[in-house]
Write a protein that binds this ligand. Sequence first.
Ligand SMILES: Nc1ncnc2c1ncn2[C@@H]1O[C@H](COP(=O)(O)OP(=O)(O)OP(=O)(O)O)[C@@H](O)[C@H]1O
Ligand SMILES: [Mn+2]
Length: 269
Amino acid sequence: MASLTEHLSDLVAEVDAVLLFSPTSSFYERFADDGIEVVVVAPDNDVDAETFVDLPLPFDNVKDRIRFGIEGAMDADLVSEGDEVACVASVFEGGSDAIVRVTVDESIHTGIFDLFANSRAEPSVIRDVFEVAIELGQKGQKGKPVGALFVVGDAGKVMNKSRPLSYNPFEKSHVHVGDPIVNVMLKEFSRLDGAFVVSDSGKIVSAYRYLEPAAEGVDIPKGLGARHMSGAAITRDTNSTAIVLSESDGLVRAFKAGELVLEIDPEEY
Ligand SMILES: Nc1ncnc2c1ncn2[C@@H]1O[C@H](COP(=O)(O)OP(=O)(O)OP(=O)(O)O)[C@@H](O)[C@H]1O
Ligand SMILES: [Mn+2]
């Protein structure tokens, strides 16, 4: 009778590469000099991996995390279409506990890596805006759910395709997302209407912008309203990324080139 190890060895048979998600050093060491392509996907390269993909968010959804890693590895030409990849990840806290075998093909590709790494705005700026949106989604505004819309990158063009709803509190300021004080301000202003416009380098250009992009041909999931539609559409009209917190369902969504790329639940973070 075959052993369990034999039954399950198919999962890793003849893979072209192994992706290790946030491995411990000792786990990573096991793979050294194995002859197989090993890619570490983690928030920091703590294990001094030779090939490393920088993970900007923990991605509680394991599918998103794996997609990000694979798209990142494709971007760096470490894996390519048709490759078989074994992804070793942690689903529960505390170490690598899952293996997912994936064939690299177009169906994997959602643009989740490009969203961070290949946007016009700096990756850290996109990440910082995500963090504000997630935090806002967790806490709401004085306990009540709030919505918010952030348009990140290509700010000059975004300003041209929008108009002010009220005075701009960021008019003469030079504040950047990621500064702790700014996060407090953003949360405060999120009670009011319109969008925040953020530059490529993270400067907050404006609050209270009413977006007026052309919306024809923008195809977003049914049930999403004007905030999401205008956010999605501006990313087709300009080279920006929209990060939207929904007041009604509490999810944070990201749009790029007019399409929904990522959807996350702040309560999972
Ligand atoms: N074109 C726009 N530009 C900027 N902000 C907008 C625009 N359209 C709507 N909003 C903002 O979105 C808010 C919510 O609108 P609406 O309910 O239609 O959007 P939604 O996509 O359903 O978002 P939610 O899920 O948060 O309800 C509005 O009160 C307004 O502040
Ligand atoms: Mn709504």
